[in-house]
Design a protein around this ligand. Structure first.
Ligand code: GLC
Length: 771
């Protein structure tokens, strides 16, 4: 076995072997090398928006007949048998091809025993990938941990489990043995002996990842169809790998500011009167809230783009009244269009041939909420345009955002057949190839429609997604339940989504299915209070869980945390603004920030918000105290101001109203005014809290809704605290909003005030001691 030829053109190197299929290598940046079959180079990716940069690299043959490709960060080697090994700049192993064959897991199950276990309702093995067009097997180190993969269930570290990438709506409780959920985001992060790397498998067809379940000596990826196509991403830190991946597939764009406010929803709110009462009750109880959601109940017979005229006789007036009370309205839109001649959306789509068909040319139907329904072929640009345009029916009456659901796509009569005819941009395709892209393309359609119709940053929420969907939509984790294990799963799920590019994500607070309890609801709002999407949602048929239904003390505790959230919205907004530039997510697992600390690799019950705050929520019933791991450095108890040394585990008391929260010494957070909802009026003043006596912070401010910031219409402030003394400078003054009249910087118990004078901040007094 030898290498026959090596040819290099621009950033791409082709390698032909005598006894192995050809391999192409493409240098995207010093940290990103694409490894693929040559035919993959001509395919259009739905995820990747970056193009190969001009990063320098060298290619050399070695004495053993292999080839090395070196960038400043990665050393890749292919031997004459086609094995690909990737090392870091110090030649330490990151990703090595496994030299043996797979040995499938022996389940000791004779063929005729399958029916026996199925008899009692236990499913046999259900692998999403029954055929394999390509596969890679990588060597697994005893000290290797895995993260990412979008919304998969289970723990923060994915090692030892297997997963399928096949967007799936499954109503049973999502537990750690689930292999698939609504999203397919095949970005896998590894931490091998402390060295971080990423592997992004860019193929939207059904794929499978076994991360050391089958065998502790290897992990593997297989895909049902299409050529092999993956990107190896190097460090040096896990944070830089994540940021590289996010540059590859696009960052989460800065959302409108109000989308960071509290959101209340429920499947089953009956009518306009009931929703208006919900709004009034929010205000009556002084519960900060910005957004109400209308689930499918608002439609006429679940027909999308219609209103039930009995329940909502005057939708425009209804939306207007909500706006007057400071609420925004988000409405749900499902992809399933009722199959019903005479219904305009259906007629229009049939007339223009916009719906998915069977290979025999019949429009395909399956059953969803409206009964028999047809599915728009969102892979076709003309269908996306049409669907996006339809949203003018909502935006014209003031609807502020759209919530996409059932877009795996789901069908109550079972999965859509693989061979349905779909479109991939200009080419015919199949359901098997386009399935995982359905939610992606639907979100893309709505993003474009809302942007064009409103000129504002679109607020689109989606349940199904593929890698890159973060460019168009916010996500939530679908139908969780009011179970403590689902509260526990929230942290790993949101952190792994964040690492997978989805910085703007949330769970149904309180749980969607099953009946919540006061204690669970309290612990959920506490634990989720920094989740970027902050929405309480539940299903009809289950106990109600609006914040007041359990009376006191639930109501007051719930309010206390909403108030905290609102004060810290400027911080979350800063993180989103920075994230659009750098790809750094808002919510971060501890391993993101402390990847060299072996103590954090499995920590899934604490998380960071940016680099300043660490949250250690209570996720178990009946807890009165919990252990908190403080990574290296120094920490400040957010509530008491107590100074705590890092590198230790501490026990903290956690009465029902307590959320352990810590500030990292050397960082700062902005804290806005207490308010019940966000208005378009810019803040006049801002407080900054410094943890410890030093730190530097960059604060961002804009109009909160338009795209003008992309043309420079924003303000940037630099706050510096050194030996307890603060300074404030304006580093960019766009003409979007007026600079703050006053800024206060809090260091320990003292406060330093600054007032604006001719575009500069002057210290008003030296220090005021505040108790
Ligand atoms: C799905 C969604 C859920 C929604 C329901 C009705 O189950 O995941 O959030 O309430 O459909 O639209």
């Amino acid at each position: 076995m030898t290498i026959k030829a090596i040819t290099t053109a621009d950033q791409t190197v082709h390698i032909d072997f005598t006894a192995h299929p050809a391999v192409s290598l493409q240098v995207f940046s010093a940290q990103i090398i694409r490894v693929c079959a040559p035919e993959a180079l001509s395919l259009t990716s739905h995820a990747v928006i970056a193009t190969p940069s001009q990063a320098p690299f060298t290619v050399d043959r070695d004495n053993a007949g292999g080839v090395g490709l070196q960038t400043s960060a990665l050393h890749l080697h292919i031997d004459a048998s086609g094995h690909v090994d990737v090392y870091d700049a110090n030649d330490l192993a990151l990703v090595l091809d496994y030299r043996g064959q797979r040995v499938p897991l022996n389940l000791d199950l004779p063929e005729d025993s399958h029916s026996v276990i199925e008899e009692e309702g236990h499913a046999g093995r259900d692998s999403a990938v029954n055929t394999v067009s390509s596969q890679v097997i990588k060597a697994l180190s005893p000290d290797e941990h895995f993260y990412g993969l979008g919304d998969k269930t289970g723990f923060i570290d994915k090692r030892g489990y297997e997963y399928d990438n096949w967007n799936t709506d499954d109503a049973s409780p999502h537990l750690e043995h689930y292999t698939k959920l609504y999203k397919s985001v095949p970005i896998l992060y590894g931490l091998r002996e402390g060295r971080p790397y990423g592997l992004f498998f860019d193929n939207a067809a059904r794929s499978h990842l076994d991360l050391g379940k089958e065998n502790p000596g290897y992990y593997y990826y297989s895909v049902a169809e299409g050529p092999l196509d993956y990107y190896v991403i190097g460090g040096p830190t896990l944070a830089s790998v994540v940021q590289q991946y996010t540059q590859l597939t696009g960052p989460t764009p800065l959302p409108q500011r109000w989308t960071l406010g509290y959101q209340q929803s429920r499947f089953g709110w009956q009518d306009a009167a009931e929703v208006s009462e919900i709004a009034a009750t929010m205000r009556r109880y002084h519960l900060p809230c910005d957004v109400l959601h209308l689930d499918i109940d608002y439609m006429a017979g679940y027909r999308v783009f219609t209103w039930n005229s009995t329940r909502y006789p005057q939708p425009a007036a209804f939306v207007k009244a909500l706006h007057q009370q400071g609420f925004k309205l988000v409405t749900i839109i499902d992809p399933g269009v009722k199959s019903e001649p005479g219904y305009s959306v259906y007629d229009d789509g049939i007339g223009h041939d916009y719906f998915v068909k069977t290979p025999a040319g019949q429009v395909y139907t399956n059953r969803v909420w409206p009964g028999q329904a047809v599915y728009p072929d969102f892979g076709a640009p003309r269908v996306r345009q049409w669907w996006g345009d339809y949203h003018a029916r909502l935006t014209a009456i003031g609807v502020d955002g759209v919530w996409n659901d059932m877009n795996e796509p789901a069908g109550f009569d079972g999965p859509l057949p693989d061979d349905l005819v779909f479109t991939d941009e200009t080419k015919p395709s199949t359901h098997a190839k386009m399935h995982n892209l359905f939610g992606h393309n639907m979100s893309r359609a709505i993003y474009a429609g809302l942007q064009q119709q409103t000129g504002r940053r679109p607020f689109v929420i989606t349940r199904a997604a593929y890698a890159g969907t973060q460019r168009y939509a916010t996500v939530w984790t679908g139908d969780n339940q009011s179970l403590w294990v689902h509260l526990q799963m929230m942290v790993p799920q949101l952190c792994n989504l964040a690492l997978s590019g989805f910085s703007f994500a949330g769970t149904d607070i309180g749980g969607f299915g099953a009946d919540t309890t006061p204690e669970l609801l309290i612990r959920w709002i506490e634990g989720a209070i920094f989740s970027p999407l902050l929405r309480n949602h539940s299903a009809m048929g289950n106990r109600r869980q609006e914040p007041w239904v359990f009376g006191e003390p639930t109501l007051s505790i719930y309010r206390k945390y909403l108030e905290l959230r609102y004060r810290l919205i400027p911080y979350l907004y800063d993180l989103f603004a920075a994230g659009e530039q750098t790809g750094a997510p808002v919510m971060r697992p501890l391993v993101y920030a402390f990847d060299q600390d072996p103590a954090v690799v499995e920590i899934g019950d604490q998380y960071m918000v940016g680099d300043a705050l660490m949250v250690a929520p209570v996720l178990e019933k009946g807890k009165t105290s919990r252990l908190v791991y403080l990574p290296a450095g120094e920490w400040i108890d957010f509530w008491t101001g107590e100074h705590l040394a890092g590198g230790q585990e501490i026990r903290v008391e956690v009465p029902l109203d307590a959320l352990p929260l810590f500030g990292r010494v050397g960082t700062m957070v902005p804290m806005g005014p207490k308010q019940e909802y966000l208005t378009d009026a810019p803040d006049q003043e801002m407080d900054f809290r410094c943890f410890g006596d030093h730190g530097t912070y960059r604060h961002y401010q804009d109009d909160g809704s338009s795209f003008a910031y992309r043309d420079g219409a924003y303000n940037l402030y630099q706050i510096t605290v050194s030996a307890g003394v603060a300074a404030v400078t304006v580093t960019h003054a766009g003409d979007a909003v007026a600079l703050y009249r006053e800024i206060r910087v809090h260091v320990g118990h003292s406060q330093q005030k600054f007032v604006l004078d001719k575009q500069q901040y002057c210290a008003l007094n030296k220090k005021e001691v505040i108790e």
